[in-house]
Each structure stands twice: as C-alpha cells, then as structure tokens.
Design a protein around this ligand. Structure first.
Ligand SMILES: [Zn+2]
Length: 508
C-alpha cells in the first residue's frame, strides 16, 4: 500500500502530511540496500517488489552511483531505486497505488486549500482507503484560467512553515504566464525521473552535453555558459562530462559553430530549433562525428524530424513530455518511439470532449494530477495538450503508453467540417524546395490558411503549385490559401518556433 509519510524520519520535508507514492524509507536505506532486487513476496518498508526477469525484458543494467553519496543527494538515490523497480509493476498495481496516493492528496486539499473545500465534498476515500474512480471522474476539470484567477486560494495553508516551497513560472508560450508552487520533494522526484529516463536510453554521464534552450532574461542574447559538470544532482552522483548551455535565440550558424567546436556526445534542444539545425547540416553536408544522441523537449516532435535526425546526423532522437506545472509527464520508451506515462508522479487521464476516457488508438485532452504537490494541489488539471493513447508496451514496463503527444490546442488544425486534425506537420510541404528558409502556417479562419514564408529567392509558380497541392493533400479540401512572404518569423516568448499555429479555438 502507498503511504502517508511522516516527515521527520525522512528529514527532507517537514509538512505534516508529506506524501509520496514510493516507500517512506528512502532516506534511511543503507547504500547496500537493493530494493529492486527483492523478490515479489518480500516486503520492504510498506511496499513489495517483484523481480521476475521474464517480466522485464528491456531492463537496463543497474545504475552505479558514486561510492560516497552526499546527504543532499541521498534521497534522490533512494527515490531512484524505488522508481527503477516500480516502472515494472503491473498496470493495475500502479493504479491502486495512485488512487491510494490520491486519497492523501485529496484529504490535504480539502482541509488546507480553500479552493477545494467545497469542490471535494463528493470525493472521499472508501473503506479500501482509495479514492473511488467514479467519484474522481465526477470532479470538474481545473482550467488554466481558473488557476490564474484562483491563484491565492489554490495555495496550501497546511504546510509546515519550514517547508521549502519554490515558485515556478511557465514560459508563457501558451499565452499568459502562470506561477505555480512546488515543494522540495517535487524537485527530488523530478531529478530521479530524469535519471531513470537518461539511464534507460543508455546515456553515458561522462559525455559532454550541449544544451540549447531559452536562457534567463538576465542573460544577453546569444549567451553561452560553461559548467564543469552536469546539473544537480547528476554532477554530484556521477563523474560527468562538461555541460555547455547556449541561448536558443542564437543565430543558427553560431549554434552550428558551437556544436562543431565543442564536439559534444549529446545535444539537447527544442524540436523547432533542431529542425533549423538539421537544415543547416543538410545544406553544408557536414556532420558531428562525436554525437551519439539528440534529446528534445518542450514541443511536439513530428515523425519527420525523428527520421531527419537519423538521416542527417546519423543518431537517434529521444524525447520527453512535461510541463512546468507537473514535471515529467511522459518519457519516450527506450525500445520504441512512444511514451510511458510517469505514473509515480502524475495521474494522467486522456479524455474525450464528453469527459469519458480514451482507449488505445483514440486521441483526447491530457488531464494531469501531480500526485505529490501539496504546496499547490492541481487536481484534474487540463494542460491544454492532446495525446493519443497506446496499447500496453511490449518492453515490459507497466507504465501506460501515450502513442503520440499531439501538443497544444493552438497546434490543432480544425477542418471546415469542425473535425480536428491533431498531428499536422507542415514541414513535408516544403521538402525539396530549397528557396524556403523558414515557414509557418497559420489557421486564421475555419476555412483559411495563411502560409508565412521567409524565402531566399522568389518561388516559381510551379513550386507554389506543388506546395498548395501538398497542403490540400495533408489538410484536405475547403481551405482558401493565402501567401505571405515575410522577412522574419519571430519565435514565441520562450524561444519556441511553431510551424503551425491555429488562431481559432480547436473545435470552434
Ligand atoms: Zn516501453
């Protein structure tokens, strides 16, 4: 059974109702403890583990931590060991654990978060100690605008004043910036999940990383920052290579220069920036021989960019899906292009417009509940993203599968019939038309698409005809096409460059 933890024994969080899906003992485990190798029948703390290799065909070798783990990093190692095991749990067992965890979260929210006092009246744990699933589904979704409006009433009054609470700002690329609060345990879980993700994909921590991402507002445009080791706690737990950060707003030739000069083993960036880098490498014919893998985050990734990464740079691409409000939500399976929900930290629901859950092959809106955030509980939070549910994964992990992350509402094309086209990736429209430096397609009306193009030379009528024919092939008939040749297509705040934007509400 999952547990409501008493904080003093763990010593990393002091709130009266600190909770975690994983065992409460993680801070007290000796370094020699190998939770994840205990047989099914043996229990450790309040949880039991199975270790049937037949159920875990894709299980990576055990991660070797530095011999001397410091006190600040010890809880991360403990959590890592727990989630290295729980990813192999059967789906039903994880679901029971989640609904037990929800019981503690709901109780905390009802008692200490004014916004939920009345809202949670009908959602009480049953005799089993779990929240009833039907009662849970009757709880209204929490909208982003509501979080902005009710911000003060969503903050918990029940945290110990010594609890470390941090504010996090969303980038605002989806419209209005939003501030949320998280606790220290959320940071620990975030770090442990990242470790699980990287290790599953065979990341070698000794490699050099170039991470091209939006820098803080204080950094000058095009800033580069060097670090002797990877970010906390990886640099403390392992012998790591260097980490070089570069501002994503840097010019593409400067990014290419940096990559060629630094010869990293890993490159991390947003998919839209990667696309520009791939175009530059394709044009120059040069390669990055040191590169082993590209990692993306922050935006929807299209199958075309995955394929192009392999073709142009000769390396695989791995992707993770998350949100400032919820941390990691799903990470790519090491054996497939689809994603595993990070069930230890988020209850993820994918819902039809009528609120019923989507089954495999169906797409709907993503609704998350971060399971351990007591500072600002977000219960059934509508992220404004869409995904397609997948079948259980043959890799053996019990974590649910999202076959595709479709992205934001404003990345969803609405057909004149009102039907939604979730995965609309216009990069194929411009394939083999070298004069197009940048482009963006904007759905301005239900029946109108505007093609914004930064062209290096005038396009011929023949080329325009090819683009229009491809567009009709992808988007279907019924759209008027408007051409707009522009000098620049500025990125959104946060450095995101969207190849498709809808200015109408999806479904509207
Ligand atoms: Zn898998």
């Amino acid at each position: 059974m999952p547990s409501v933890l008493m904080p003093m024994q763990a010593g990393i969080s002091r709130s009266a109702e600190r909770i975690a899906l994983v065992s409460p003992d993680f801070n007290d485990c000796p370094a020699s403890c190998r939770h994840d190798s205990l047989p099914e029948t043996e229990s450790h703390g309040t949880l039991t583990y199975h270790d049937d290799p037949a159920l875990q065909p894709g299980r990576p070798p055990e991660l070797q931590f530095a011999g001397d783990v410091g006190p600040a990093e010890r809880p991360v190692v403990g959590i890592y060991r727990e989630i290295a095991a729980s990813q192999w749990w059967p789906a039903e067992r994880m679901r029971r654990a989640q609904f037990g965890q929800l019981a503690a979260l709901v109780e905390h929210a009802r008692r200490h978060v004014p916004f939920y006092a009345a809202r949670l009246e009908g959602v009480r744990p049953g005799a089993s100690g779990l929240v009833d699933e039907d009662a849970w589904r009757s709880l209204p979704l929490l909208e982003k605008a509501e979080v902005q409006r009710e911000h003060a009433d969503l903050k918990s009054r029940g945290l110990d004043p010594r609890e470390k609470v941090a504010a996090r700002q969303t980038s605002g690329s989806t419209g209005v910036p939003l501030e949320v609060y998280i606790t220290w345990i959320n940071r620990l879980l975030f770090a442990a999940i990242r470790m699980r993700f990287l290790h599953a994909h065979g990341y070698e921590f000794t490699g050099k990383v170039v991470d091209i991402h939006p820098m803080s507002a204080e950094d000058p445009l095009g800033a580069v920052r060097r670090h002797a080791m990877w970010e906390w706690p990886l640099g403390e737990l392992f012998e790591t290579g260097e980490l070089i950060e570069m501002d994503i707003c840097s010019e593409i030739p400067d990014q290419v220069d940096l990559l060629e000069r630094e010869a990293p083993r890993y490159c991390v960036t947003h998919p839209s920036n990667l696309r520009l880098l791939l175009a530059a490498f394709r044009k120059s014919g040069r390669r990055l021989p040191s590169l082993r893998m590209v990692r993306t985050r922050g935006e929807t990734i299209s199958p075309e960019v995955r394929a192009e990464c392999r073709e142009v740079l000769g390396v695989p691409l791995i992707d993770a899906y998350g949100a400032t409000e919820a941390g990691y939500i799903a990470t790519q399976c090491p054996g497939h292009d689809h994603y595993h929900v990070q069930s230890e930290t988020n209850l993820v629901e994918v819902l039809h417009d009528d609120g019923t859950p989507c089954g495999p092959g169906e797409s709907g809106r993503i609704v998350v509940t971060p399971l351990q955030n007591l500072a600002m509980p977000l219960l059934r939070y509508d992220l404004g993203d869409f995904a397609e549910v997948g079948e259980a994964c043959p890799c053996g992990r019990g974590l649910p599968v999202l076959r595709r992350i479709h992205g934001r509402e404003k990345e969803v094309l609405t057909l004149p019939s009102g039907e939604k086209r979730y995965s609309f990736f216009p990069s194929t429209l411009f394939k083999d038309i070298p004069g197009v430096a940048r482009f963006q397609i904007v759905q301005t009306k239900l029946t109108e698409l505007e093609l914004r193009i930064v062209a290096e030379r005038p396009l011929t009528p023949g080329e325009c005809g090819v683009i229009e024919a491809r567009l009709e092939n992808q988007a279907g008939p019924g759209f008027a096409i408007r051409w707009a040749f522009v000098d620049e297509i500025p990125p959104l705040p946060g450095g995101k460059r969207m190849e498709f934007v809808s200015e109408i509400k999806a479904g509207g």
